[in-house]
Design a protein around this ligand. Structure first.
Ligand code: ADP
Ligand code: MG
Length: 245
């Protein structure tokens, strides 16, 4: 579904992404891991069009999307969440998701007032699938941190993505919230047949859920393989034990 080939991105002279490769098969859960500063967020920004690569190819469903705008990439079926939660804090949880569902359906809530009553079923379905139904009426800003991050995933689901990209979905979470979020991600992949790509800096978090793990270090990909193989890899041990974090 997605193939990233030898992608490069520099900020001035600094090579943030320096020859990264990644492949994501349809229906799988793929993790990118690497210490802070490895280039994970930059890689995701390249895939979703927030940044343009200096070199390399990004092929999604057979098309090179590396020069597409974020909007066009989203329309092609890639939705994402950000490392720092990106919600409308004063709107209710329900409204946050509904706005995203409506925008996917191409209906503006401002131009078309009755839109308020539209997309209710789809919004409720999403609320249910992420376990936020009982908080639908709360304002988003009043939610606990973990729930805000979950809401962000729900908003991304409103775009009906084929590929969902999550940037450190468990950042700042307690161990309990982290476990719950990992379970949610696994469940979403299974029940919705979604393809999910996410990144993490904590190695331990990913091994129980990801089917394939790409390890990033100083801008390049060291390896992409099944969890067992990654765990045994010497270069991975070195990257993590080499004091990079
Ligand atoms: P990660 O998500 O793996 O922690 P990032 O992709 O955020 O890593 O960052 C990789 C490196 O690129 C870091 O050293 C970071 O400081 C640098 N970087 C990221 N974005 C920018 C930018 N807009 N301008 C300059 N340097 C940046
Ligand atoms: Mg990051």
């Amino acid at each position: 579904m997605l193939r990233v080939k030898e992608i490069h991105k520099s900020f001035d002279d600094f090579r943030a992404v320096n020859g990264a490769n990644l492949h994501v098969d349809k229906g799988t859960l793929v993790a990118v891991i690497g210490p802070n500063g490895a280039g994970k967020t930059t890689l995701f920004n390249l895939i979703t069009g927030q940044l343009k690569p200096d070199k390399g190819e990004i092929v999604f469903n057979g098309k090179d999307i590396s020069k597409f705008s974020p909007y066009r990439i989203c329309r092609k079926g890639i939705a994402r969440s950000f490392q720092i939660a990106n919600i409308f804090p004063r709107l209710t949880v329900f409204r946050n998701i509904q706005v995203s569902v409506l925008s996917q359906q191409g209906k503006s809530t401002r131009l078309f007032r009755p839109a308020r009553n539209l997309a209710v079923e789809e919004t409720e379905r999403i609320l249910e699938s992420v376990g936020l139904s009982d908080k639908a009426g709360n304002t988003a800003g009043s939610l606990a941190h973990g729930d805000q991050r979950t809401l962000e995933i729900a908003i991304a689901l409103g775009n009906k993505p084929e590929l969902l990209i999550l940037d450190e979905p468990t950042a700042g979470m307690s161990p309990e919230e982290t476990t719950a979020t990992m379970e949610l991600i696994k469940r979403l992949a299974e029940s919705r047949g979604l393809t999910i790509l996410f990144c993490e800096h904590d190695m331990k978090v990913v091994f129980s859920v990801a089917q394939s793990i790409m390890v990033m270090h100083q801008g390049h990909s060291i390896i992409q393989a099944k969890p067992d193989e990654v765990r045994k890899n010497q270069a991975v041990q070195d990257a993590y034990l080499g004091g990079a974090e």
